[in-house]
Design a protein around this ligand. Structure first.
Ligand code: SAH
Length: 247
């Protein structure tokens, strides 16, 4: 048996444990057998988002169906920093980008919020989740962020968990730089980042945010960033200040 970790990594919904057999659907067998040219006996790595990463053997390989049999565990499950991303959905391709990057950046939960100036079609959660899964398969992570259905921002603020700091990315230039603002927050504190829509926050939303007891307004520098850029920048700084990017 090849003892190095297999190159192909797949996310599966089936809870993983030794001996579990996973029936491949048409798309999965097409990928493994036709595209990747694997034959029976080949090893792949699997993760389910809860039980770590496992080596699995392709025990039955056909072009339209197949079976993977789970062998041994390669890696235990790892916990992500308790970091949420709240963002107002924007155009499809940019929203896809945001959820993909949120996964790569180690965000635990992605929470779309509808604001007054949010302009977007209905979110297709399945499609967004598929983007996150693909990102997790590629970046070597064993987690796929949770993805919430979109909720109105004011409702989300209304039932906010008081123990979670709400890092509100405020382009109004009056807020302190994000690293400075987070210096007073202990590493490991549950946090959420809030990124507004392209049109910014409506005045009543901005007032509500500035007065919210959990909110910490922060600046991401002197330039106005597009929402997708702001999301990645804020996730990076939050991982350094509160999460798992620093020792
Ligand atoms: N109000 C804007 C643009 C909003 S940019 C306008 O002039 O139309 C989209 C979101 O990215 C903002 O709501 C904010 O959350 C975040 N953002 C962009 N640049 C930022 C900065 N320099 N500091 C803090 N947040 C920023």
């Amino acid at each position: 048996m090849n003892e190095t970790a297999p190159k192909i990594r797949l996310h599966v919904e089936t809870p993983l444990a030794e001996g579990v057999e996973i029936a491949l659907d048409r798309g999965q067998s097409n990928y493994l057998v036709n595209v990747m040219r694997l034959e029976a006996g080949a090893m792949v790595a699997l993760f389910d988002g809860a039980n770590g990463e496992w080596r699995a053997e392709l025990t039955d390989a056909h072009r339209k169906a197949g079976t993977l049999t789970v062998r041994d565990r390669l890696r235990a499950q790892e916990a992500l920093p308790d970091l949420h991303l709240l963002f107002a959905p924007i155009k499809k391709a940019r929203t896809d980008f945001i959820v993909e990057k949120a996964c790569e950046m180690g965000c635990a939960r992605v929470r779309p919020v509808i604001t007054r100036y949010t302009q977007s079609e209905r979110l297709k959660l399945d499609r967004l989740r598929a983007h996150m899964i693909e990102a997790a398969e590629q970046c070597g992570g064993v987690n796929v962020p949770e993805l919430d259905a979109a909720r109105p921002l004011l409702d989300v603020l209304g039932d906010w968990d008081a123990g979670r700091v709400l890092v509100f990315c405020d382009e109004a230039r009056t807020a302190p730089p994000m690293m400075e603002a987070l210096a007073g927050v202990a590493r490991g504190t549950p946090a959420a980042l809030l990124i507004g829509p392209e049109g910014g926050f409506a005045p009543e939303e901005a007032t509500r945010l500035r007065n919210h007891p959990a909110a910490l307004p922060v600046s991401l520098g002197p330039r106005i960033l597009r929402a997708d850029t702001a999301a990645v920048a804020a996730l990076a700084l939050a991982q350094v200040a509160l999460g798992d990017w620093a020792g």
